[in-house]
Design a protein around this ligand. Structure first.
Ligand SMILES: [Zn+2]
Length: 229
């Protein structure tokens, strides 16, 4: 089948490109160590950062478009070396519309200790519905990273996983949601880390975690405005 680009693909290239600035703004990345991807809605087309291009030099036209098997359909540069891990998530979690990977420092410090981040903040119950789980150790370049992400996040409320000795992967309904999850992961990783310096953080009872999560996911925020007649 021949590939033809669409305005939706071009729009996703612009969105994914722009979201990399958020990784910098929130202090989640160093040099070229993080990446964002997005699925063009209703398709199996993935837009991802090119490998090794610094964030200042990114431009929409440099974004790489691939199919779910990683075949390049648009772009002159190689995709991020993490593309196969992103694609494994898109293949096996079809509801996913965005994936983010970072080595953000506080969350990655938890990963270095192979420790999930316990749910000790109401903001964690809201966003993650519990702890931020730990995924397995996996060598870079193998398909084990993608499999480890999927096996950890499937059936889990959390949109974030910290992969042992490595860093953070987050998912979302679109790339912006996945970036938000990456920002929130680093924020709570830092707070819980600081809390642990002077004692043992107090867990939130599961029933309260469930209530907070339900309220935040279903009630909190702007409700859709009633339709005008
Ligand atoms: Zn990495």
């Amino acid at each position: 089948m021949t590939y033809t680009s669409t305005p939706e693909v071009q729009e996703m290239k612009a969105r994914v490109c722009a979201l990399h600035a958020e990784l910098l703004r929130w202090g989640l990345v160093t040099w070229t160590s993080g990446n964002v991807s997005g699925r063009v809605p209703g398709t199996d087309l993935i837009v991802i950062k090119p490998s090794g291009v610094s964030y200042d030099d990114l431009a929409p036209e440099l974004m790489v478009v691939t199919d779910l098997d990683g075949k390049i359909l648009e772009g002159d540069l190689a995709p991020s070396s993490d593309a196969e891990s992103h694609n494994e998530v898109y293949r096996r979690m079809p509801e996913t519309g965005g994936v983010v990977h970072t080595h953000s420092p506080y969350a990655t410090a938890w990963a270095a200790r192979a420790e999930p981040i316990p749910c000790v903040l109401t903001a964690m119950a809201d966003e993650f519905g519990g702890e931020i789980p730990l995924g397995p150790f996996a060598l870079i370049g193998s398909d084990a990273i993608g499999k480890g992400i999927v096996e950890t996040l499937r059936g889990h409320r959390s949109p974030a996983v910290i992969m042992q000795n490595h860093g953070v992967f987050t998912i979302g309904k679109d790339p912006k949601s996945a970036v938000k999850a990456a920002v929130m992961t680093e924020d709570v990783a830092r707070t819980v880390h600081i809390s642990r310096q002077l004692g043992e953080p107090v867990p939130i009872p599961q029933a309260d975690v469930d209530r907070l999560y339900d309220r935040y996911q279903n009630v909190y925020g702007q409700q859709p405005a009633p339709k005008e007649q």
